[in-house]
Design a protein around this ligand. Structure first.
Ligand code: ADP
Length: 183
């Protein structure tokens, strides 16, 4: 397998709302009306226009709410990022494999960003906060989606923005393992 995709992927510890990239991804909920965690931080930093834009998305495209694994784009308003891509990660459940839904969040965000001419995109660790997805399993999904899809978007640079150094280190371990076994 080609490992050129690894040159398109970076990660850091920090606050995603501060990043000067073309688009940031929001780990939103079905309602798109804001919430806790990274969703709340993004709405606070973007300002009240973001909520109005989300209401418009609901009215025009998703009257019943944004389903798991789907994506919707709004402007970034007061954020340094030009766009926000809202996606809904699955709530973790031991008895049901929802890995394809988490993969869809990443895969569809990449495609939507590329459709809008973005060359830089940042993700938070979707579903690993309030939604309870085990971090290592989520990190493996991220690596697999990036390996499969980044070659289709050679202009796109992706930053994974972790909120703690512990998460960044845990991701590094998974990334090292995945790239060792796919080389
Ligand atoms: P979910 O409901 O999808 O689990 P959360 O917002 O609870 O979403 O958490 C997703 C991840 O985002 C967690 O790792 C959390 O620590 C992280 N996070 C929270 N605030 C920020 C922020 N401002 N920037 C980057 N990551 C953040």
């Amino acid at each position: 397998m080609s490992t050129a995709w690894t040159n398109q992927l970076n990660w850091m510890t920090g606050d995603i709302t501060r990043l000067e990239v073309d688009a940031i991804v929001n780990a939103a909920n079905h309602s798109l009306m804001g919430g806790g965690g990274v969703d709340g931080a993004i709405h606070r930093a973007a300002g009240p226009e973001l909520l109005e834009a989300c209401k418009k998305v609901r009215r025009e495209h998703w009257p019943d709410g944004l389903p798991d694994g789907e994506v919707a784009l709004t402007p970034g308003f007061s954020l340094p990022a030009r766009y926000v891509i809202h996606t809904v990660g699955p709530v973790y459940a031991k008895t049901k494999d929802k890995s394809h839904l988490l993969a869809n969040c990443y895969r569809k965000s990449l495609a939507l960003a590329a459709d809008h001419g973005c060359t830089s995109l940042a993700f938070p660790a979707i579903s690993t906060g309030i939604y309870g997805y085990p971090f290592e399993a989520a990190a493996r999904i991220v690596c697999n989606v990036m390996a499969e899809n980044l070659p289709n978007y050679p202009e796109l640079q992706v930053t994974l923005c972790f909120f703690s150094d512990a998460d960044a280190r845990a991701f590094q371990a998974v990334f090292d393992e995945v790239t060792r076994t796919t080389e």
